[in-house]
Design a protein around this ligand. Structure first.
Ligand code: CU
Length: 316
């Protein structure tokens, strides 16, 4: 039979257990956080193609670094408890009655309060600082980029394609999204029919595309060139799954060449004249009639749908 321990001896034993658990946990937590930051973070989505994407990558890595020590503490404690306090053969006694432990309770409440409130402050700050976790989405964004030199791109969702409109290039439209490197982009996202969502994954931009609403989202491209994926991220009907395409970040010179060239082409073949004036959103009831006149024009670059019916329409 085990003899009951004296309270002083038990307190000393608790301290030893606590210190041992801490000493097992601490190096594991440090190793996990170092691995997360230096090994995992460079591969974390959405990458570092834009400042907003990079900021989101930082947020995910930081949250993982806060979470990993907590998970490891639970595992270490569970493992330690299984080994140290397991039932031993022949021992039929109950454990000692416990009537609270002010130190452990205070530590527990204090540590969890600091973690939860710290995450609350971190999350709130990251949402509202420029290029933070949010891309500023909404009709009235909570932050603005510091520069007024912005490329404005309107994103028009429709079943089942995105069209991109460039008001600084005469309202030119394209079904392809090219963006220049080292440029702050101001997206204005709207829809012609049902609700869609513009999700430019590697740009770290996701904004609802709602009819009659002008949702603004910002991002700033960096020096990385290459393609990125654009998906519709809101179930919008039968071909929702096919509503994606690829955009590209190109050099500023290549972008100017492309955009000016398209503007000249669309001015030349009459598309710019036929398009409605640039506006934050468009009346979807007039768009089918608009498409009826636009499809007769040769050299159409826009997306399929009301605006630009998919069949070859150039039949007199
Ligand atoms: Cu959609």
């Amino acid at each position: 039979m085990a003899t009951p321990e004296a309270p002083a001896a038990r307190a000393q034993g608790d301290r030893n257990h606590g210190m041992r658990i801490f000493l097992i946990w601490l190096p594991l937590a440090v190793i996990a956080d170092v691995l997360i930051w230096f090994v995992w973070k460079p591969h974390m989505p959405p990458g570092t193609m834009t400042e907003s994407a990079e900021h989101q990558q930082f947020d995910i890595a930081f949250l993982a670094m806060v979470g990993a020590p907590v998970v490891l503490f639970v595992w270490v404690y569970a493992g330690y408890a299984l080994v140290t306090w397991r039932h031993r053969a022949g021992d039929e006694t109950d454990g000692p009655p416990i009537h609270g432990n002010a130190k452990i309770q205070a530590t527990w409440i204090g540590a969890t309060a600091v973690i939860v409130l710290g995450l609350f402050v971190f999350g709130t700050v990251e949402l509202i600082v420029p290029a933070g976790a949010g891309a500023g989405e909404g009709p009235a964004p909570i932050w603005q980029p510091s520069t007024s030199h912005r490329l404005v791109v309107q994103v028009i969702g429709q079943q089942w394609a995105f069209t991109y409109r460039f008001p600084q290039f005469g309202g030119m439209e394209s079904s392809e999204l090219l963006l220049p490197a080292h440029t702050t982009v101001e997206f204005h996202v709207t829809s012609l029919d049902v609700i869609h969502s513009f999700w430019a994954y590697q740009l770290g931009v996701k904004a609802d595309a709602n009819p009659g609403v002008d949702n603004v989202a910002y991002t700033t491209t960096k020096d990385q060139l290459g393609s990125f994926t654009v998906r519709c991220n809101e179930l919008c009907g039968l071909w929702h799954g096919a509503m994606f395409n690829y955009g590209r970040i190109v050099s500023p010179a290549a972008f100017q060449l492309w955009a000016r060239g398209l503007q000249v082409k669309e001015a030349h073949n009459g598309i710019l004249n036929e398009l409605p004036p640039y506006a934050p959103s468009y009346d979807p009831t007039v768009v089918p009639q608009l498409g009826a006149s636009i499809v007769k024009i040769d050299g159409i670059t826009g997306a399929a749908g009301y605006y630009y019916p998919p069949q070859d329409p150039v039949t007199p």
